[in-house]
Structures are given as structure tokens and as C-alpha cells.
Design a protein around this ligand. Sequence first.
Ligand SMILES: [Zn+2]
Length: 250
Amino acid sequence: MTTPIRQRLAECAAKARTCEVSGCHLPRQHFGKWCEAHDRRAQETGHPLGRTIRRREFEPFVKGARRYLDRHQDHPRIAKALSWLEALVYASGAAPAEITRKSTAHDRLLTWLVKLRRQEVSPVEMLAIAIGICAYREWSPQVFRSDRHFNHQLAIRVLRLARAERITTMHRGCHEYRRHDRITSGVRDLLSEALNRHVGVVALSVARKLVAKVNASNPVPTALTMILAGTASLASGQGAGTNEGKPTNE
Ligand SMILES: [Zn+2]
């Protein structure tokens, strides 16, 4: 009635190799550092505890970036970044004939760029997204778990400027659906590395300006400013200046 020794040995070995995420005691995948769930999350977001950052979370910064770019398009560093993005989308050549499981990150990225080209996505819009997400990271650093998480989300948000294409199928009658192609990890690495190299510095410097502007117009409330403004809630006994300003986004 005892458990076969082989099975017990296998169980002990699995326990010894637990997921690297702290607090997670699940066995690791055969290859890699994480359990199945954390590995999948890392594949999807760029970090085992990361999440997908939605455009609407940092939309105010995208709007600010667009206004800024509108006024400063001729600034040499901005003009250079825009012309690099223009070349990336509009001069990168024809899409590969087909994407298969064996396609390289290069071919997959090219397919995405052609999609942006077909939809006439502008370099200004792409740069506004890059600036917007940089500003969001300056504003709420804790939202991004690591550089890699940030880089992957940057690439995803830029490529998702291409709307999902409508596909019509005749399977069991006529249906129309939107095809959401996956942006693979290799594509995100390839694109984010190039974006950081060619537009990263200018995006970050504009992002910091936008964040500084927001901070200047909405200073962090102190006990004194709240009392002066009459917003301190004395009756509830809640001390002013408690650290509950920023949402954690968790
Ligand atoms: Zn895990």
C-alpha cells in the first residue's frame, strides 16, 4: 500500500525545484525558473508578476505628448526620432509571405509594421505613445515590475496602434470577428531594444517635462495646504498628509 518509490522520488525532486517567485511554492517547469502560471504571465507581459498596461491608464500623458509634439516637431532631436519612426514603418519593406511557427522575430515584427503602414499610423502617434508610457513610469514606477516588463509593454502599446483586423469566416454561416494576433516575446524584445536606442532618450526627456508640469500644477497636499484649502477632514480624525495619494494599480 505504500507509494511507489519512483513516484515519491519524482515528487521530492519537484519540490526541490520550486518556482523562483517568492511565496510561490509550485514546481518549476522543466525548463525555466517559474511554475506554469508565472511562466505564462512572463510570456504574456514580460514579468512573472507583471500585468498588461492598458492605454487608457496613461492616456492623459499621450494627449500631453501629442500637444507637445505639435509645438516642437521641428526640434532637431524630435525631428530625428520622428524620421526614424517614419523609416521603421514606411521604409522597412514588404511583409513576408506567411508567418509560421518557425518564423523569426524579424519577420514577425515586419508583419506588424506593415499592418501599421496599411492603417497609416503616424510617427507622431507612435512617439506620443512612447512618451506617454515613459511618463506613466515616471509617475507610477511601481506599476512596472522590471525594465523588461516596461520594455514589453512599450512594444505592445506601440504595435497595438494597429487595430485588430476584421476577418470574415464562412464557417457555419457567415461570421465576422476581429483577429487579435499575439505579439510574441521575441518581437517585443527586438522592437523595444530599437525604440530605446533611437527614441528612448528624447521620449524620456519629454516624459519628464510632462510629469514635472503635472506635479507643478497639482502639488502633493501637505497638512498645511489642506488646512489652508479647508479640505482637511478634522471631524473624522483622519490625519492630513497620510500617504494615500497614489493608486497602486495592483
Ligand atoms: Zn510560481
